[in-house]
Write a protein that binds this ligand. Structure first.
Ligand SMILES: Cc1ncc(COP(=O)(O)O)c(C=O)c1O
Length: 398
């Protein structure tokens, strides 16, 4: 027996990439440089292993499913500082929920909020195209019709929500927005987020803002969904219809910690809590202790941000006048217009031992209708020397 909805999930981009380059052997004199996966190669701060060691007895206990009060408070305080919210706006108990990485929370959200029917038909989940794969998988498994909104250079790489017709809005249950966006690094303005939240409220839909790259930016702090909620001033629940998703994976270079949070509308947090008590993984107690310290520390985040900015400077030196190069406002990916994304990925692996993802695999659509087809995504996640070497090889080979 197989759930037929699984057929809707295309192979993950990394599996498709492995097939694409299976017949190639990278040059023996070049050390492979993996820039396909967005996995920070910096170390998390030294206090992380210290805390994990100190809290080791916690491995012998079941963790609190909705997190420790200390962690929830550290997150509420961080949100308040980061988005300049009035003191007391974010309730650590009602608005914040620690999760084992933002991915699972993004996925569970669709299961928690998509009804059987909406607006007289099958519910719709709106998502950007290209997209972080989980939005599509979540929509499919929740039984929704996933409608993709093309993000191109012309749309500033953000979905055009005004292009969605009224009949579709009536059926829309959930809207995923990613800012800074993976893969293009586009950042939604505060006005964009206000408009998106307003549209979702008018149509009784949930706005899920994936902000897991919020701390990786060039000069200007990206706006956040909670600032949009503050500006709209709903009576009653200030975060009505809104969920935001954050992670320590990128901010603190700790993807292996599996620690993030979802925050927002108290009723939605309660629904997620209920769903997760059946199928969610709690964050282990030692990891919650380390996470509490990470959300309370900004010094290491400033260092992380400075590091990525240096990586982009290096990329600019080598690529500035090629492949429609631009420094994205946020995130740590290059999104390069190479013409044929699969051919470029094969060439880079076969001739330069640099692994990147074809944009084709990060988007949906046949032929010309696939907005990723011309691009490769390059994760600038290495140390400075490796980054320089990778950029040199890319400039030589492509
Ligand atoms: C856009 C986006 N959202 C969410 C995630 C999930 O991150 P994590 O589960 O490590 O918090 C990622 C990870 O690559 C991502 O790129």
């Amino acid at each position: 027996m197989v759930n037929p909805k699984l057929d809707l999930l295309q192979d993950y981009p990394f599996a498709r990439l492995a097939k694409l380059i299976a017949d190639l052997t990278p040059p023996a004199d070049k050390k492979p440089i993996i820039m396909s996966i967005g996995e920070p190669q910096l170390n998390p701060p030294a206090f992380v292993p210290e805390i994990l060691q100190r809290e080791a007895l916690g491995w012998g206990r079941y963790p609190a499913p909705s997190g420790t009060p200390e962690l929830r408070q550290a997150i509420a305080d961080w949100l308040t500082r980061r988005y300049a919210l009035p003191a007391g706006t974010v309730s650590a108990d009602r608005h914040v929920f620690p999760v084992a990485g933002s991915r699972e929370a993004l996925f569970h959200t669709a299961l928690a909020v998509v009804p059987e029917q909406k607006g007289g038909g099958r519910p719709v989940v709106l998502a950007p195209n290209p997209f972080y794969q989980v939005y599509i998988g979540a929509g499919a498994m929740a039984g929704a019709e996933t409608k993709l909104l093309e993000c191109t250079r012309q749309s500033a790489f953000l979905p055009d929500l005004d292009a969605v017709d009224e009949a579709t809005w009536q059926r829309t249950a959930l809207v995923y927005i990613c800012t800074p966006a993976n893969p293009q690094g586009a950042v939604a303005s505060l006005d964009y987020l206000i408009h998106a939240l307003d549209l979702c409220r008018k149509h009784d839909a949930v706005l899920a803002v994936d902000e897991c790259y919020a701390e990786i930016y060039r000069d200007q702090k990206p706006a956040g969904g909670m600032e949009a909620a503050k500006a709209l001033k709903a009576p009653g629940e200030i975060f009505a219809n809104l969920l935001v998703f954050h992670s320590l994976s990128k901010r603190s270079s700790a993807p292996g910690l599996r620690s993030g949070f979802v925050a927002g509308d108290a009723r939605l947090i309660e629904l997620l809590n209920r769903l997760r008590s059946y199928g969610g993984a709690s964050v282990p107690a030692p990891i919650m202790a380390a996470s509490t310290a990470l959300w309370r520390d900004e010094k290491h985040v400033e260092d992380v941000r400075a590091h990525y900015n240096e990586c982009f400077d290096i990329a600019a030196q080598f690529l500035h006048n090629r492949f429609a190069f631009y420094k994205p406002a946020g995130g740590f990916f290059l999104w390069l217009d190479v013409g044929d994304s699969e051919a470029a990925a094969r060439k880079l692996w076969g001739e330069a031992a640099v692994k990147v993802v074809p944009g084709l695999y990060l988007a949906k659509g046949e032929g010309e209708n696939n907005p990723g087809r011309r691009y490769i995504r390059v994760a600038l996640v290495h140390d400075i020397e490796t980054t320089r070497e990778a950029m040199r090889r890319m400039a030589d080979v492509l």
